[in-house]
Write a protein that binds this ligand. Sequence first.
Ligand SMILES: Nc1ncnc2c1ncn2[C@@H]1O[C@H](COP(=O)(O)OP(=O)(O)OP(=O)(O)O)[C@@H](O)[C@H]1O
Ligand SMILES: C[C@H](N)[C@@H](CCCCCC(=O)O)NC(=O)O
Ligand SMILES: [Mg+2]
Length: 257
Amino acid sequence: MKPQMQRGSGDSKGLFVSSTGTGVGKTVVTAGIAAYLHQIRKRKLQLWKPVQSGVIMGDPEADSYRLRMGSGMTELPEEMLATWTLRDPLAPWMAFERADIAFSFTALLEEGRKRLEQQAFLLIEGAGGIAVPFSQRHTMADMAHELRVPLLIVSSPGLGTVSHTVTAVHYARERGNTDIAIAFSGPPTMAEVKEAEENARMIETMADVPVLGHVPWLPQPDRARATESSAWAMWQEQWLASFTRMTRFTQWLHERE
Ligand SMILES: Nc1ncnc2c1ncn2[C@@H]1O[C@H](COP(=O)(O)OP(=O)(O)OP(=O)(O)O)[C@@H](O)[C@H]1O
Ligand SMILES: C[C@H](N)[C@@H](CCCCCC(=O)O)NC(=O)O
Ligand SMILES: [Mg+2]
């Protein structure tokens, strides 16, 4: 089955970045894609983390901070970047419940559609993996489908990834997504080049999705240096030097810009 293009209505374009699980590399990959689209492609861009959990606003460990600094879009207020910031490090469903917040998925979708109507590519980072719930009925996969944007699933290159990634793709399809691709993120110690290539081949064959490549392993500035813009500028420079050579990945992005 050939994946069909899945686009927002009219001119609206975007991308939902999800993963096989939490802590796999979505924020690094999303920030890296944003830096590429913003700095190299000169694309008008919006960044959105609909819900972040496990942090407070202003924390340099927060995804909203790392997306803002990693992308180089430092003019973007973090309050615009993240709609909800919840203290407990949990799936949004339970983090909302514990914070006693009556969350509306419909309202969040409405916001997503409004953001898509603006003349700028909308890059969205989910929370945790693809089946993580916003609420009893709605998951990350549902948001990607409802907003009609392509889905990029970040996964590990190493042992265990075949089952995790194939399962994630099947789940995403079951929830209506059609335009799906995979990006590997992980340190070189996680898999030898041959093993990562074999894993990519198994995933492509079994799940019928492109594996766009293995992004550079490039640690972002740690907490001690997180406020230094020169440290982030260095990260972007090194990221872009490698990422611009990932032609399969950049081509896939260009086709969806
Ligand atoms: N390509 C990479 N280069 C360097 N470090 C990476 C890379 N990918 C992931 N990491 C590191 O792994 C950890 C988890 O990555 P990241 O925060 O991007 O995951 P995530 O999928 O966004 O997690 P969450 O579900 O919390 O949003 C971080 O410490 C991050 O810096
Ligand atoms: C706390 C984590 N960092 C993440 C939420 C992860 C939820 C994982 C739930 C699960 O799969 O069991 N939050 C976030 O991406 O903002
Ligand atoms: Mg993240």
